[in-house]
Design a protein around this ligand. Sequence first.
Ligand SMILES: [Zn+2]
Length: 227
Amino acid sequence: MDVKKILLWGLDLLFPPHCVFCNRTVAPGTCICCSCAEELASQSSFSRIGVSRTGSDIYCLTLYWYRDQVRDSIIRYKFQGEKRNAAFYADVLARQIVHWFPWRPDFVTSVPLSAERLKERGYNQSELLAEPVADKLKIPYIQSLKKAGKNRVQHSLRRESRKKNVAGVYSLCGVKIAGKRILLIDDIVTTGSTLLECSNVLLNGGARDVICAAIARVPQGCPPSSA
Ligand SMILES: [Zn+2]
């Protein structure tokens, strides 16, 4: 055990950590209680979210269903400044990416926020997740997309309106992506419209492949009320 791990373990003894999902106190050096670990163990899914305008199938890995304690945890992470949860989500994502993905990405990128939303929230929850995922996979994190303007919040819209709402909103930052295989990260997937639109921008810009990953997926017919 290295010095950093010993210090972190000591801090956990003084300030006991809490389960990322249900907030119960957990043992030093851990982030999830036994009951949540058991309940959420087999919710990972790797599925097709749509077809890009260049004709490629776009797949997305998600870890959990967006409901109950997962929903509460992501709301705390995304809206209430509980940023430390990113390390836990990123750790699980990186392990599942190695398990599911058919190829190794050249770099990781994330769904951007508009400048206005970023100023409001103070952080981009998807970027905060993507950076440690890149670190764990030992590949670079590159911010390759930007969001031009502030559109309506996706969760308030139906499927068709969501597609229209994100069309033309994202563009490239000017980094070289030609021929690259890219891992695109977001926090929650509802219909997949945002990830599909961002994938289209990357593929139209010359990327070879895009594959997506997110913490949770919303069960169909059950729109997230606060995400
Ligand atoms: Zn728990």
